[in-house]
Design a protein around this ligand. Structure first.
Ligand code: NAP
Length: 244
């Protein structure tokens, strides 16, 4: 989709640019597309990374107003990656069994993991449409695949990622006509060493826990290979398709 030589006009937005995978994506984009204009967002922790072609905005993705104001900063957008996601907080972890289920945690998971990508689509649609070839990528998780679910557990996170997948599939169909130059894609990053996965890394097989820089490189390789005809698919970090 994008090669380094044509990056002078590229406008890139990375939501959650100060998270584990998000920050690595920002760093990789700065190297890969040195002439691109890169905007990244942070939430609670102000980033230290600075560069002439990198601009930071503080955004709560659950705030429609924040997303609307962010969209007003752009004339056009070629690549939007939403990395924001929630698996646990100080009080909650993923449920081992239904006995741990709390409706409020499911609601919070939906609020952070699903609605923001739809709100981004709403406000960035005209900006992605201005680009001849654009990409709207969201980071989901393999555990959101209904067909691939063999272990159970993590019911709120799984359900929210499955809902995200359905939301993006539905969007991709609408945008076949409304934004035909845009590839809407859902990505699984692989288990990556970030604060999100940190409490659950014990059972990860050797060699299967990726450094964020590795994940970012693989995901950007997948995105670079995508065209609008690939819209509405769920890809793993190695470019393989994941069943919905
Ligand atoms: N790491 C893995 O193994 C793995 C595996 C599969 C899928 N994923 C997915 O990959 C994505 C990135 O995860 P990660 O591992 O990089 O996790 P991370 O380091 O925890 O990053 C998540 C980011 O989301 C931000 N965020 C949370 N709520 C927000 C809000 N309301 N507004 C704006 N930003 C908000 C966090 O910012 P604050 O901390 O400042 O709130 C944080 O920077 C997530 O969607 C996750 O579900 C990760």
């Amino acid at each position: 989709m994008y090669s380094g030589s044509e990056d002078t006009t590229l406008n890139i937005l990375i939501m959650g640019g100060n998270g584990g995978i998000g920050r690595a994506l920002v760093e990789d984009c700065l190297e890969r597309y040195p002439h691109a204009q890169i905007v990244a967002t942070w939430h609670r922790h102000k980033p230290v990374l600075a560069c002439d072609n990198l601009q930071w905005y503080q955004v709560d993705v659950c705030s429609e107003q924040d997303i609307k104001q962010l969209a007003q900063q752009f004339q056009q957008l070629d690549l939007l990656i939403n990395t924001v996601g929630l698996l646990h907080d100080e009080q909650h972890g993923p449920e081992k069994s239904i006995a741990r289920f709390e409706a409020s945690w499911l609601q919070r998971s939906m609020e952070v993991n699903v609605a923001p990508s739809l709100m981004l689509a709403r406000y960035f649609q005209p900006l992605l449409k201005k680009s001849a070839r654009s990409c709207f990528a969201v980071i989901s998780a393999r555990v959101g695949s209904i067909e691939d679910n063999r272990l159970g557990g993590w019911i709120s996170y799984r359900s929210s990622k499955a809902a995200l997948n359905m939301a993006m599939k539905t969007l991709s169909i609408e945008w076949q006509r409304a934004v035909p130059g845009c590839c809407v894609t859902v990505l699984h990053p692989g288990t990556t060493d970030t604060q999100l996965s940190q409490p659950f890394q014990r059972n990860v097989q050797e060699g299967q826990l990726f450094d964020p820089a590795k994940t970012a490189g693989l995901l950007l390789d997948v995105i670079a290979g995508l065209n609008p005809e690939d819209s509405g698919r769920f890809y793993a970090y190695d470019g393989s398709l994941i069943p919905w």
